[in-house]
Design a protein around this ligand. Structure first.
Ligand code: ADP
Length: 392
């Protein structure tokens, strides 16, 4: 008898899902419903040997989730309803430092965090509410992107602004990508045999990018802050800028706060610097063909990442391992080589052959005499399924 868990990531105009059979931890299906709320809404469902796309005539959260569950049932993948549904929830504020079974009270607390994640939390909640209406008997679990970083000490999470902004509005650094950082650091520690005693920096490099310092399985510092805009240069997000930039742009360009925020979130990062694309593969290819701005974007991305890793390292008792993950971290030998070249001060050195192969059997890409550098493929959806199973 299979033990199915459905993992859902509901966004403002999309729902991503994965179905796991937890008796084997195998992913039985995955898919994406996108352009929800428009006339072009579509659902794609991938199984081991098939990929089907269907148009969605009604694409509110409830109808879409019903179609997803029907599609999985018709494909013979859901003999019975899932034993749990795990939701990725972006912001848990200070209320959640672990995954939780969703109750009315949990939903209220997720709602309280909407000011901290005004785009993501309402969409996450809409997915939870739709499932509650459709299948009230299925237990639901919330797994938060911020929870893993709740172990940061005040000196790591406070900004140098009036303390009253923290007490009144909870203005502080939260950090994100927690599910991924937790998993890849634990996996690297397991592979290297340093489970109980380690200082690790993990770099999650996808469309969004963040790095975290992890000591004995606990996050002690991370690059993202109040929002996922802080820290590293990303696909379309700027990462750190001088806070004075807002006033400068308002005065020089007449931009209001919405415009500045949109530019920093959607038109900056690799896209803004290169003038070409947010996609690292496109940038690498263009730089290889002599596109000067693409090269510049690569240089900035790697310089700033190395600089942040250097900063995070001050929170470690020892630097045992640097871990690369996410679409870029798992696949880009060029980015890994450029970043590591900027980290010579820590003694890091790459084995270029291992780097070209994305690592040895342990994922290691470091030269034998330097500290460990490891590539670990992240498994965020499976982690959400495992956390959900543990709670139901
Ligand atoms: P998301 O954050 O949306 O989950 P991913 O983790 O899938 O994104 O990462 C997407 C990024 O990974 C894109 O910038 C993509 O170009 C990059 N990427 C994927 N494969 C490669 C590769 N072989 N070389 C360089 N970059 C890659």
């Amino acid at each position: 008898m299979s033990q199915n868990i459905l993992v859902i990531n509901s966004g403002s105009s999309s729902i991503k899902f994965s179905l796991f059979d937890m008796t084997t931890e195998a992913e039985r299906a995955s898919g994406l419903a996108e352009r929800l709320g428009s006339d072009e809404a579509v659902l794609t469902v991938k199984t081991a040997n098939q990929k089907n796309t269907v148009e969605l005539t009604e694409s509110d959260y409830r109808s879409t989730l019903q179609v997803i569950i029907s599609a999985l049932t018709e494909a013979g993948l859901l003999e019975t309803l899932p034993i749990a549904i795990g939701h990725r929830v972006v912001h848990g504020g200070e209320a959640f430092s672990d995954p939780v079974v969703i109750t009315r009270d949990v939903m209220d607390k997720i709602r309280d965090c909407i000011p901290l994640a005004p785009l993501h939390n309402p969409a996450n909640l809409a997915g939870i509410e739709a499932i509650e209406e459709l299948y009230p008997a299925i237990p639901q679990v919330a797994v938060f992107d911020t929870a893993f970083h709740q172990t940061l000490a005040p000196e790591a999470y406070l900004y140098g602004v009036p303390y009253s902004l923290y007490t009144e509005l909870k203005v502080r650094r939260y950090g994100f990508h927690g599910v991924s950082h937790k998993y890849v650091a634990a996996e690297a520690a397991r592979r290297l045999g340093i489970n109980d005693n380690h200082g690790i920096i993990s770099a999650h490099l996808g469309n969004g990018c963040s790095a975290a310092a992890i000591v004995n399985g606990k996050s002690v510092d991370t690059t993202m802050g109040l929002t996922p805009l802080e820290g590293l240069v990303m696909g379309t997000r700027s990462g750190d800028v001088d806070p004075g930039l807002h006033q400068f742009l308002s005065q020089q360009k007449g931009w209001d706060i919405e415009k500045v925020t949109a530019v920093l979130n959607k038109e900056s990062g690799m896209l803004g610097l290169s003038g070409l694309s947010n996609d690292m593969r496109t940038i690498e290819q263009a730089a290889g063909e002599g596109h000067a701005q693409a090269q510049l974007a690569l240089d900035v991305f790697c310089f700033r990442l190395a600089r942040q890793i250097g900063g995070l390292a001050t929170s470690l008792p020892r630097f045992d391992a640097l871990v690369f993950t996410g679409g870029i971290g798992e696949n880009s030998r060029l980015i890994r080589a450029k970043v590591v070249a900027n980290l010579k001060i820590f003694g890091f050195e790459l084995d270029s052959e291992l780097n070209a192969n994305n690592g040895d059997e342990l994922g290691r890409i470091s030269a034998a005499n330097g500290p460990n550098i490891v590539v670990v493929n992240t498994k965020e959806e499976l982690m959400i399924a495992k956390e959900s199973l543990a709670l139901v």
